[in-house]
Design a protein around this ligand. Structure first.
Ligand code: UD1
Length: 370
């Protein structure tokens, strides 16, 4: 490489900090690359943002746009105006955007309108449910980006079906890179099991944050299902996302002893609890995959998933938004020991790129831009 290339990564929400970490590490392997990190400020609480930068050994963002909360339009509009001037000032060779949040959408639009090449990490995911804000963000990000890094063959197939195959690369999944890099560290450093009096294999881990599950009515129904599950089967721990926390406060919710509410978990604690849990019950995209990578059965409280291969091998099951059959589904999971053979799980790791996704993306990005 003759001239020094400058990449700007734009992140803003918790899952994006996780995806950024392996990319930042891979970029550091090249002396001839410079990397600027812009944080939109979509997530701003210490335990949703700064703690992730510390644990994932990410340098502090070069710029924090401090956007904070707002409706989708307000949040995205603030990001767009602030990102446009930040990108003009920084004049990068390429902008890297991650996943499917409002920060992804804003960064893709801001960069592509000023003709800065955009690369989308975790491209091609589709739930085929346009009621999800993330689905709209993915569609726009994929169609406006110049380079698309598909984590799985299914994601690549989705891009080909939308005539985007010529800019797509099958890269593997950076979230697998992150899990493989951090599992041992989590074993060494996380005190979450001890602090919460938990024993491996004897509890379930719950997370809920999707808009479809956090209206007062929907959340109340989910809480009833979770309480019945905790009474009948095993204690549940539930780290609560800020959106969900504010609805629980409106409901003046008092959990029973068997359902413990926690603050959002730091990344290593999250990995540690996913690995130790007997079952994960979630509506998160990332946690479904992390559970599969760590061999923990997962019940997903949604009607569809982007990670269909986890369902195909049986480690993930959709129990629907309303989770009406949660008690039975958890019972079934707990009864079936050794559900997954090591060969199938190894195939899953291969399918998601064997932990080499970030290196593949950075190498390709350099060649593409040069
Ligand atoms: C966003 C992403 C979603 C991702 C999720 C991970 C979009 C459309 N959705 O959803 O894809 O899975 O992040 O968490 O971008 N809040 C705080 N403190 C914080 C962060 C948020 O109090 O540190 C509050 C916000 O003010 C808002 C609510 O939580 O009221 C939701 O935050 P928001 O950024 O709108 O989206 P998420 O639900 O986190």
């Amino acid at each position: 490489m003759s001239t020094r290339l400058k990449f700007v990564s734009v992140v803003g929400a918790r899952p994006q900090f996780v995806k950024l970490a392996p990319i930042a590490r891979a970029i550091r392997e090249y002396k001839a690359l410079s990397h600027v990190v812009i944080h939109t400020g979509q997530h701003y609480d210490k335990n949703m943002s700064a703690s992730f930068f510390e644990v994932l050994e990410l340098p502090k963002p070069d710029l924090d746009l401090g956007v904070g909360k707002g409706s989708h339009a307000e949040q995205t509009a603030k990001m767009l105006t602030r990102l446009e001037s930040a990108l003009v000032a920084s004049a990068p060779d390429a902008v890297l955007v991650y996943g499917d949040t409002n920060s992804t959408l804003a960064a893709t639009l801001a960069a592509s309108k000023i003709h800065v090449p955009v690369a989308h990490v975790e491209a091609g995911l589709r739930s085929f449910n346009r009621l999800m804000p993330e689905e709209i963000n993915r569609l726009v990000a994929d169609h406006c980006s110049d380079r698309l890094y598909a984590p799985t063959p299914q994601a690549l197939g989705n891009l080909e079906n939308e005539n985007l195959g010529d800019r797509a690369v099958l890269s593997g999944d950076v979230m697998l890179d992150a899990v493989l890099h951090n599992t041992e560290l989590a074993d060494e450093k996380s005190t979450a099991l001890k602090e919460n009096g938990l024993q491996a294999g004897k509890f379930g881990l719950v997370t809920v944050h999707r808009p479809a599950n956090t209206s007062r009515h929907e959340l109340q129904k989910l809480l009833e299902a979770l309480e019945r599950t905790a009474h009948e089967h095993l204690p549940l721990v539930f780290p609560v996302h800020p959106r969900t926390r504010s609805v629980l406060e409106e409901l003046a919710y008092e959990p029973p002893d068997v359902l413990t509410l926690l603050e959002p978990l730091a990344y290593l604690d999250c990995i540690s609890l996913i690995r130790a849990a007997a079952v994960v019950i979630t509506d998160s995209g990332g946690i479904q995959k992390e559970a599969a990578f760590l061999h923990t059965p997962c019940l997903t409280m949604r009607d569809e998933t982007e990670w269909t291969e986890t369902v195909e091998i049986g480690i993930n099951q959709l129990v629907g938004n309303a989770a009406v059959d949660l008690v039975e589904a958890v019972g079934e999971v707990l009864r079936s020991e050794n559900m997954f053979n090591k060969g199938t799980l190894q195939q899953l790791i291969e399918h998601y790129g064997r932990g080499e996704a970030a290196r593949c993306i950075v190498k390709d990005c350099i060649e593409w831009i040069s």
